[in-house]
Design a protein around this ligand. Structure first.
Ligand code: NAP
Length: 246
């Protein structure tokens, strides 16, 4: 097994996850990015191997407990223990509360919160043995501010931050940090689907007067993964153009 540090990035097919995977690859990590489909994994592999051949990709559905356990067992045996785990995969199923279905509630909690629990469950034991590592969970400004139409998403992201602070306390003595990065509105497929009127209304509330770029989230993740951040744990770094300064 090579000495190169391994980084696992969930949801690396596009958007923020792809930018994080590429940034960590450029910084010298061996990166394994995940997708929910074979074709998604192929596209991640091609993009990362264009940077350097050691990178790879795998299929992972964090909404499925059994598939996650099996896939991540393979990751440990085939690639070794990650030094960095980025829980980026996430979904939205927006609706005003009165119209929000049980299915849409469960889907978002199952992916954005239970999914991170499953990935950590599969990784933390090996990371404890390794006695170093960083887990970085991608939260959202909505976990702090709330947002009409996103009760499910806000609950999952607020839960993710509480989960991260608690796990951080359990593993800090073994040199493992657990932090969150909470993006504001970043230009990706997730926000491209918003109606123009809603985008304009959001822009009016951002002091920087623009949506963020995926590279700006990747930069915060790369910092938290680095040795410069070894004494930072249980924190949430907000990257939102000043949209929320609390
Ligand atoms: P995106 O473009 O919609 O990409 C989502 C990624 O998650 C895809 O790679 C997708 O894989 C993966 N994914 C979805 N369901 C999954 C599952 N069940 N198991 C494993 N992977 C799954 O999203 P994004 O905008 O880059 O957002 C990335 C993260 O940032 C999310 O956690 C999101 O909540 C958070 N965030 C985004 C914004 C924003 O403005 N964009 C703001 C705050 C927070 P497939 O392509 O295979 O489906």
């Amino acid at each position: 097994m090579s000495e190169q540090k391994l980084a696992l990035v969930t949801g690396a097919t596009r958007g923020i996850g792809r930018a994080i995977a590429e940034r960590l690859a450029q910084q010298g990590y061996r990166v394994v990015g995940t997708a929910t489909s074979d074709s998604g994994a192929d596209s991640i592999r091609a993009a990362l191997q264009a940077l350097s051949p050691e990178h790879d990709a795998m299929v992972l559905n964090i909404g499925d407990a059994e598939q996650t356990e099996t896939a991540l067992k393979h990751l440990l045996s085939d690639f070794g223990t990650p030094a960095v785990v980025v829980n980026n995969a996430g979904i939205t199923r927006d609706n005003l509360f009165l119209r929000l279905s049980e299915d849409d509630w469960q889907a978002v909690i199952n992916t954005n919160l239970n999914g991170v629990f499953r990935v950590c469950k599969a990784m933390v034991k090996a990371m404890l043995k390794q006695k170093h590592g960083a887990i970085i969970n991608i939260s959202s400004i909505i976990g702090t501010t709330g947002n009409a139409g996103q009760t499910n998403y806000a609950a999952a992201k607020a839960g993710l931050e509480g989960f991260s602070r608690s796990l951080a306390q359990e593993v800090a003595s073994r040199n493992i940090t657990i932090n969150c990065v909470a993006p504001g509105f970043i230009q990706t497929d997730m926000t491209d689907v918003l109606p123009e009127t809603q985008k304009e209304a959001i822009l009016a509330t951002i002091p920087s007067k623009r949506f963020g770029q995926v590279a700006e989230i990747a930069g915060a993740v790369a910092f938290l993964a680095s040795d410069d951040a070894k004494y930072i744990t249980g924190q949430t770094i907000h990257v939102n153009g000043g949209m929320n300064m609390g």
